[in-house]
Design a protein around this ligand. Sequence first.
Ligand SMILES: Nc1nc2c(ncn2[C@@H]2O[C@H](COP(=O)(O)OP(=O)(O)OP(=O)(O)O)[C@@H](O)[C@H]2O)c(=O)[nH]1
Ligand SMILES: [Mg+2]
Length: 241
Amino acid sequence: MKDENGGNLFEITPLPIDITAEYNFKTVIIGETGVGKSSIISKGVNNIFNEDYKATICFDHTWKNYKVNNSKIRIQLWDTCGQEVYHSLIKNFYKSALCIFLVFSIENLESFNKLSFWINEIKDNINEGIIIFLIGNKKDKEKERKIEKGIIDDFISQNKIEKYIETSAATGENINLLFESAVNELYLRFVIPLINGVNTVSSLLNTSNSIIGNDNENTSLNENIILTENDNCKICNGCNC
Ligand SMILES: Nc1nc2c(ncn2[C@@H]2O[C@H](COP(=O)(O)OP(=O)(O)OP(=O)(O)O)[C@@H](O)[C@H]2O)c(=O)[nH]1
Ligand SMILES: [Mg+2]
C-alpha cells in the first residue's frame, strides 16, 4: 500500500476492537468546533457518519486495533471538544500522546485561521518527535472550498508540518488512509526501535514539565477519566496510558 505522497506503508490490517494489543498508543484529535473531529473518528472506527451535529462535551475516548507485520497495535483516540471554553483543558490530553491530529475544515476559513493558535499550543505542550497530522476535512465540499491548496502548502512549509491529508468523514475518502498512515508512522518511529531494544518513547513522554498543565487541573481531570488499562502494553508497561 502507498500513502498519498507515494511513500511505502507497512502491511496494515484492522483487527477486532476487543483484542489485546501489545503496543498501545495514545492519540489526540484537536481543532475548532464543528470541523468534523468526532465524525472522522466515528467514520474510521464504526464506519458511521451522522449529518446531525452533536458537540462533544469535554472529551470522548475510543480505540482501533491493527496488525502491522506481526505486531498488534492499538491507537487510542481521544476526541476533544473544539469549543473555546474548553481550550484550557485540552492541553491535559497531550500528556503521553504520541500522535496529534489537528483538524480544520476546507470550507471554514475561521477554522484554518485558528490553526496558528493550535500549532502554538502543540509546540508549547509537547516534545519534538511527537507525530502531527494536519487534516483538511470536509473534502466532499470542494465547491465551497475557502482555503486554496497553495495557502495550505505555505502554512505547511512555514510550520514544518510533515503530514497533511484531506479527508471526508461524509464519504469516507482518505479516512482509513489517515488512520493507517498514523499507525504506519507510530510503528516506524516507536515499535521498530523497541523491537530492536531501543526505547524512543520514554524520552518523549517525560511529563514532569508543563505538558500536563498545573497539578490541580490534572488531578481533577484524571478523576473523571476512565482509562483502558492494558497490562500487556509494551509502550506503557501496564500503566494507564
Ligand atoms: N459534508 C461534510 N460534513 C461533515 C464532515 N465531517 C463532519 N461533518 C459535519 O459537520 C458537523 C460537525 O461535525 P463534528 O464531527 O461533530 O465536529 P467536531 O469537530 O467534533 O465538533 P466539536 O465536538 O464541537 O468540537 C456535523 O454536522 C457533521 O455531520 C465531512 O467530511 N463532510
Ligand atoms: Mg466533536
